[in-house]
Design a protein around this ligand. Structure first.
Ligand SMILES: Nc1ncnc2c1ncn2[C@@H]1O[C@H](COP(=O)(O)OP(=O)(O)OP(=O)(O)O)[C@@H](O)[C@H]1O
Length: 660
């Protein structure tokens, strides 16, 4: 096991990392590059309103930057901008002097304010799936599990590892445990930069301090760059942060070392009382009267011109950067990565030397330039096959309690017996024909509605998890999509199969072949309905809209299915070709009346052919409902429905509902 420790050279570390937890980096061949994050003049508008205005900041590997300010001042907006989820009106974000690009986005982990998980999975299952998906294939399964164990230990989640995550209906992890679970999932990905949106909110002071200490140790020992928004930190937590960015109405009220903020406020004439929490003090000032706030903002603007202000954030940065690049081009070919002779360093102009030191101080301690080459190209952490396998298992495990809940079993078995008793052992004669068809139509429409609305209601919460994971580049959409189809297939077909097993024999089985073929069409119809539900769920962001569209479609499907209305007005007949139930219902009739026992004509039959025959031919039964396709054609149309809606669902997710 390899331990590697980064040493922050340019600032005092107040956390003793030697006596406490280290994060063993098992992924020795995948060491992420330390990130030196600088952002300058960030201006962002949301919903037509300017939320951030000319905000600067800088944080180095091993450091924690706290973003503070009153509620609504733009902290979350800043994190969204830094993670690349929001477009900037103006300003620049540099990762090791490179602009933010897709490759860097994948090295960022963003711990959102809300904890987004699958509620029915336990904490351990959640972490294990994350590790299997996001740790590289070069690691063995046992190494990945070892890493999970370690993260669980570090975040003190051992006691609740087998508890389900839960939601507002099902009790699961406590708020604090969920927060730590959220962070644990992100730590597993071994990011270079961690953005955390209020990870301490909702935690008691002890838990909040414990969490912050862990994060600080992690940043120092692993050379991670951490940006964190804080609401009302205790003074202990406040002093764990190296840098502070204080926002006031979206503008910078202070940026610099945390330990110097009190001096800054003194320079504006605002003196803190002894023993007062500096975090409370500064927040009270930026919530003060408008003139006071303006005075602080003006002082912060003045401070930018000071010589202590970081070179990257100064307006002549571009000029310095060009000089630096000039130097690098001349010097680097003759040197080994970030290592420079002292003489070479001394020969640099002071500005350029400072930039070199800032950018390379951390990297030079432990990461060689070879890592940066490997980091230049993004590739998925795991192969398509691994992603498909893991996501199929996760889908199955996550969907099982929902799809095969006790209530669903009771409903299915109860309905199976009810349908069986209602249509019990129907005689094979014309008088009972409408009832036999009634069982078929009821069965197809019931399972269509069940699967359609099941897919529709399960999709919105799932979409949040998928979007979060896609944004962090965890897996390919195609792997997820195929896994969803295959992982949930056994669950989708279980209940209709049990229903069929109970009710159809009560109706009267004539041959195992008819029994199985009828089951086949019932299941195919169910899967098609699920695809349509999934497609509508993917298209509509608003649940009310998706329910309305679904209700309209499924009811129209029933009306044109061939059972409720047979004399459809001529100009509306095309509608039946859009009804999936129509095809499944016709096929069930073809099988039942062709392969099963024949239907005896009534004495005063409505079928003209009964004047010549004793039994009604299947063609007469079906043609009495309108035009009819052969069995194979109906089956092909159903398969086409399945394929088209699955592909459309993918296209919508891929191109129209892609997370930004
Ligand atoms: N989509 C939007 N349309 C209009 N205004 C928005 C939108 N999103 C955010 N805002 C506004 O932007 C401002 C900054 O929001 P942001 O969530 O960044 O604040 P915050 O500092 O993180 O607040 P809190 O501490 O309460 O979480 C708020 O006034 C908010 O109302």
């Amino acid at each position: 096991m390899t331990f590697y420790v980064y040493v922050a050279q340019q600032h005092a570390i107040r956390v003793d990392t030697s006596a406490t937890v280290h994060f063993p980096c098992l992924i020795t061949d995948q060491r992420p590059l330390p990130v030196h994050l600088a952002f300058r003049g960030i201006t962002v508008s949301v919903g037509g309103r300017q939320v951030l205005q000319d905000v600067d900041g800088l944080v180095r590997p091993g450091q924690v930057l706290a973003v503070m300010g009153p509620s609504g001042c733009g902290k979350t907006t800043l994190l969204n901008a830094l993670s690349g989820r929001l477009k900037l009106d103006s300003g620049q974000i540099f990762f090791n002097r490179e602009p933010l690009c897709k490759r860097w986005k994948r090295k960022i982990c963003y711990v959102l304010q809300q904890d987004i998980f699958f509620p029915d999975l336990t904490l351990r299952q959640t972490l294990e799936y994350t590790a299997r998906l996001r740790l590289p294939d070069t690691m063995s399964h046992s190494q990945k599990m070892q890493y999970v164990d370690h993260i669980i230990d570090v975040l003190e989640l051992g006691q609740c590892q087998d508890t389900i995550i839960g939601d507002y209906i099902k009790r699961g992890l406590s708020g604090g445990e969920k927060k730590r679970a959220n962070i644990a999932c992100e730590l597993l990905t071994n990011p270079s930069l961690m953005l955390l949106d209020e990870p301490t909110s909702g935690l008691d002071s002890h838990a909040a301090h414990g969490l912050m200490t862990t994060l600080k140790r992690y940043a120092v020992s692993e050379g991670k760059t951490v940006v964190i928004t804080l609401h009302q930190p205790s003074s202990q937590i406040f002093h764990l942060c190296d840098k502070l960015l204080l926002l006031c109405n979206g503008q910078t009220a202070y940026f610099g070392d945390t330990c110097k903020v009190v001096d800054f406020f003194s320079s504006v004439g605002l003196n803190i009382m002894p023993h007062y929490n500096p975090a409370d003090f500064i927040l009270e000032q930026v919530k003060g009267p408008p003139e006071l706030r303006q005075r602080i903002i003006n002082a912060a603007k003045e401070a930018r011109k000071g010589k202590d202000y970081p070179a990257e954030l100064q307006h002549d940065y571009h000029y310095i950067s060009e000089k630096y690049n000039d130097h690098s081009n001349k010097i680097l070919p003759a040197t080994h990565g970030p290592y420079l002779e002292q003489d070479t360093l001394n020969a640099m102009e002071p500005d350029v030397r400072r930039l070199w030191m800032d950018t390379h101080s951390h990297a030079s301690s432990s990461v060689s330039s070879e890592t940066s080459d490997a980091d230049c190209y993004f590739s998925w952490p795991t192969s398509f096959w691994t992603q498909f396998k893991v996501l199929s298992q996760r889908n199955f495990q996550e969907a099982r309690p929902r799809m095969l809940s006790k209530l669903n079993w009771v409903q299915t078995v109860g309905l199976g017996f009810l349908a069986g008793l209602l249509w019990f052992q129907l005689e094979r004669k014309e008088q009972a024909l409408h009832d036999i068809q009634g069982w078929m139509f009821f069965s197809t429409t019931y399972w269509m509605l069940f699967a359609h609305f099941g897919a529709l209601s399960s999709f919105p919460p799932e979409r949040e998890v998928i979007n979060k994971e896609r944004q962090s580049g965890a897996y390919r959409l195609s792997a997820y999509y195929l896994a969803k189809m295959f992982g949930e297939l056994p669950l989708t077909v279980s209940l209709p199969a049990v229903y069929h097993l109970i009710s159809y024999p009560m109706l009267g089985v004539h041959s195992p072949m008819v029994f199985l073929t009828m089951l086949g069409f019932l299941l195919l119809n169910t899967i098609v309905a699920q695809s349509v539900g999934f497609f509508i769920g993917a298209c509509c962001m608003d649940m009310q809209v998706s329910i309305t569209i679904s209700a309209l479609y499924t009811l129209a499907t029933q009306l044109f299915g061939g059972y409720l209305a047979t004399n459809i007005p001529y100009w509306l007949t095309w509608m039946r070709y859009l009804s999936m139930v129509h095809y499944a219902y016709q096929n069930m009739q073809i099988v039942e009346f062709e392969e099963g026992l024949p239907i005896k004509c009534a004495p005063h039959s409505k079928y003209a052919i009964c004047s010549e025959l004793d039994y009604i031919p299947v063609s007469s039964i079906i043609e009495s409902q309108g035009p009819c396709l052969p069995l194979w054609a109906n089956t092909l149309v159903l398969l086409a429905f399945l394929l088209v809606f699955r592909v459309l669902g993918y296209i919508v997710l891929r191109y129209f509902r892609a997370p930004k």
